[in-house]
Ligand binder design. Structure first.
Ligand code: GEK
Length: 262
């Protein structure tokens, strides 16, 4: 796995974070060392998807990056006709995702040695051809006939004023009893609570080898790009979109995941 050293040196100019080739190249290392509970959320995504998947429906992975959640679902759902639609608007991410899926496909066939950068357990059996990668803005795609929609750490990058419409669009395209798995970084209205949760997240990053400089530069580049909301805002918006049950099923520091059932 290529190490994330993108912010290790003092940068003269800090530009807004974007999912370019440099980020795509180090993404597996970056996300594991930056998002507490990431591996658990990816693994549970497969477990939940397998239970709520409905035959002859689609699964969506919105903001799929390198396809970790799609792979988790593909491995967990046993259905010959499974079709996962994985969408991201970063061509750099999707190129890399395509490459990893091909490696994974060969590894599945040979089931031999591990390949660097391919998510854990990729050697497990699955029909990889079920994952369709689409390069598009998730605000512009039509969701249809979906029993499982996954949006792991993507909504936070969507302009706040577009979020309700996106969730309504997802809801409209879902089947009854289908699920949305929504994972997000959280914000807190209470100042001391917010500070403590941010501190704990930084302890996590420090323990994973990021320096103060790396943590601070990355934080500044994300400031205008990643806009977290409170747990209450998420729950309220999901309820308003029409979901009949909304539960927070995971939290580690200020990172959380929800399940919303139509
Ligand atoms: C994972 N879910 O590994 N349309 C499509 N894609 C978008 C948009 C948009 N409007 N905005 C951002 N993205 C993944 C991790 S990363 C989270 C998701 C992170 C994409 C963006 O290109 C990136 O790949 C992804 O959303 C967010 O489970 O890096 O913190």
């Amino acid at each position: 796995m290529t190490s994330d050293t993108l912010y290790a040196q003092a940068l003269e100019q800090l530009v807004d974070f974007n999912f370019d080739e440099k980020v795509a190249n180090v993404f597996p290392d970056m996300i594991q060392r930056s998002v507490p509970g990431y591996a658990s959320i990816v693994a549970m995504t497969g477990i939940l998807a397998a239970e709520f998947y409905q035959k002859d429906s689609y699964c969506y992975d919105l903001g799929c990056s390198l396809g970790a959640a799609s792979l988790s679902m593909a491995r967990a759902i046993e259905d010959e006709t499974l079709h996962i639609i994985a969408v991201d608007n970063s061509s750099a991410m999707l190129e890399k995702a395509q490459h990893l899926l091909l490696l994974s496909k060969r590894a599945t066939k040979r089931a031999t040695k591990r390949i660097p950068d391919v998510p854990e357990n990729e050697n497990a059996h699955y029909n990889e051809s079920v994952i369709e990668l689409i390069c598009d803005d998730i605000n512009d795609i039509k969701i249809s006939n979906a029993s499982v929609v996954v949006m792991n750490f993507t909504l936070q990058f969507i302009a706040p004023e577009q979020r309700a419409k996106l969730l309504q669009n997802i809801y409209q395209g879902m089947k009854k009893d289908g699920i949305l798995i929504l994972s997000e970084k959280l914000n807190y209205n209470d100042k001391s609570q917010q500070q403590l949760l941010i501190d704990m997240h930084h302890f996590f990053k420090k323990a994973n080898g990021y320096s103060q400089l790396e943590i601070s530069q990355k934080r500044q580049t994300l400031e205008n790009v990643l806009i977290p909301e409170t747990l209450e805002q998420h729950k309220e918006r999901l309820n308003r979109a029409g979901f009949k049950q909304v539960e927070q099923w995971f939290q580690c520091f200020n990172f959380s995941s929800f399940i919303a059932i139509k």
